[in-house]
Design a protein. Structure first.
Length: 82
């Protein structure tokens, strides 16, 4: 049911944000220096947890945005408030 609503052409970004705010309790961000990653722990309503790891930008790294980061930001847009 949720997938149908989410994928419907009539479902706009505003409704998707409302859905995400309803199903996510909180997001905790941390840094894993050993793995050089940013760790996001998503606490869903109902008690399920999802861990998302993103590579940290290294010093001197080119200023281009990697595809992994773009994909992660697209996910975060759904859970972050404006």
């Amino acid at each position: 049911m949720l997938r149908t609503v989410w994928s419907a052409p009539t479902t706009d970004a505003k409704l998707k944000k409302r859905i995400v705010r309803t199903v996510i309790h909180e997001v905790v961000a941390d840094i894993d220096d050993e793995a050089s990653e940013i760790v996001l722990l998503i606490h869903w309503i109902g008690g399920v947890h999802t861990e998302l790891r993103l590579p940290k930008r290294r010093r001197g790294q080119r200023n281009a945005t990697s595809a992994d980061i773009i994909a992660a930001i697209r996910q975060l847009v759904l859970i972050a408030s404006d």
